[in-house]
Design a protein around this ligand. Structure first.
Ligand SMILES: Nc1ncnc2c1ncn2[C@@H]1O[C@H](COP(=O)(O)OP(=O)(O)OP(=O)(O)O)[C@@H](O)[C@H]1O
Length: 332
């Protein structure tokens, strides 16, 4: 089976559970193009599952000014049944009929998803192959390991070739080998569907996605391509002089604005860090800071170019604090 991948549009989406003191989602907006692979990152309670449930039509869209959720152009509020037909969903807690064999379970689920009876055997073979379950089809689910049960949940989400596949923490609770196997399996899924999955694990998102959306306390705090996030660099600088003198050096080098953190006192000296869009910009800035330090007479100087890891950025974005210093790279 094959169907064209779906687009997803989320506009000004907020959500408050009945009786909850704070909203689970606050004015979240983003767009996903057909065939994109998007990682939804965020700490516990950030709102990832809530967002996924709404996108899949399992939680209602709470109306608000300009609120809209559309899958393949279908409105999740007024066309929720049609939206569900577009989506394959792996919930956080996978509901499996453990007394059934894998094939029976998938056949039952395919029937619910209205895969025509005659197409079902081939469809089950297809998803079993994609998820590495071919040898397990006759096993009772009760006898499967957690990793294999997760594969059954993912196979279920892929049944009927839904244009949008939404996987809520597909590797959570698995042992390290199972995590690697599931990641390899997800990576091997072709671009035949739009894929959104949630994770706490940055390496996973880096490896599997072309785009990352970061949620924190119900807000979307970052939305960028993984390549862009990985390109980001920064310059770490230390001076023997006090912060006022370091500020002079920064000004001489033309570094200012929100990209600059510091300068702050560091022992007898001072330090600052400047965010840059890429390594080239960081190298040019490090050289300019070197010249400016000499000019201002604030020696000695230590300048390092550090890659801002996705991990560090994630930490900052979701906690509002600086992570422990990133490892330096190179020097000037
Ligand atoms: N059924 C519910 N009723 C009330 N509050 C809920 C419900 N489900 C989630 N919440 C609350 O909504 C907020 C967002 O939860 P959600 O499960 O969407 O976050 P999450 O990012 O998926 O977290 P986790 O990574 O822990 O699964 C949290 O404060 C949570 O306590």
């Amino acid at each position: 089976m094959s169907r064209a991948p779906a687009s997803l549009a989320v506009d000004h989406l907020s959500h408050r559970y009945p009786g909850a003191p704070t909203p689970a989602l606050r004015d979240v907006s983003f767009r996903v193009a057909p065939g994109q692979r998007v990682g939804l990152l965020g700490p516990n309670g950030a709102g990832k599952s809530t967002l996924m449930r709404i996108v899949c039509g399992f939680l209602p869209v709470q109306a608000g000014p300009e609120t809209k959720v559309a899958v393949a152009g279908l409105d999740a509020a007024s066309q929720s049944l049609q939206v569900r037909e577009q989506v394959g969903y792996l919930p956080e807690q996978v509901p499996l009929y453990v007394e059934l064999r894998v094939r029976e379970h998938l056949d039952f689920r395919a029937a619910i998803k209205r895969v025509p009876r005659r197409a079902r055997p081939a469809e089950i073979r297809r998803v079993a192959e994609q998820t590495g379950l071919t040898e397990m089809l006759e096993r009772p689910i009760a006898h499967l390991s957690r990793g294999y049960r997760q594969r059954v949940g993912i196979a279920d989400a892929l049944l009927g070739a839904p244009p949008l596949v939404v996987l809520d923490e597909p590797t959570v609770g698995l042992d390290p080998n199972q995590v690697l196997e599931i990641r390899a399996m997800l990576k091997s899924l072709g671009g035949g569907q739009t894929l959104i999955f949630s994770s706490h694990i940055l390496a996973e998102v880096e490896a599997l996605c072309d785009r990352v959306i970061v949620l924190a306390q119900g807000r979307c705090v970052a939305d960028e391509s993984v390549a862009e996030a990985l390109r980001a660099s920064e310059v770490h600088a230390r001076w023997d002089g006090p912060p006022e003198r370091a500020a002079e050096v920064l000004a001489l080098a033309g570094a200012g604005g929100p990209q600059v953190e510091g300068p702050v006192a560091d022992g007898a000296g001072s330090r600052a860090r400047v965010r840059c869009a890429d390594v080239g910009e960081a190298e040019a800035l490090a050289a300019a800071l070197g010249r400016a330090s000499l000019q201002a007479g604030v020696p000695p100087v230590r300048l390092e170019i550090g890659r801002r890891s996705l991990e560090e950025r994630f930490y900052r974005l979701t906690s509002g604090e600086a992570a422990p210093e990133a490892e330096g790279r190179g020097g000037a």
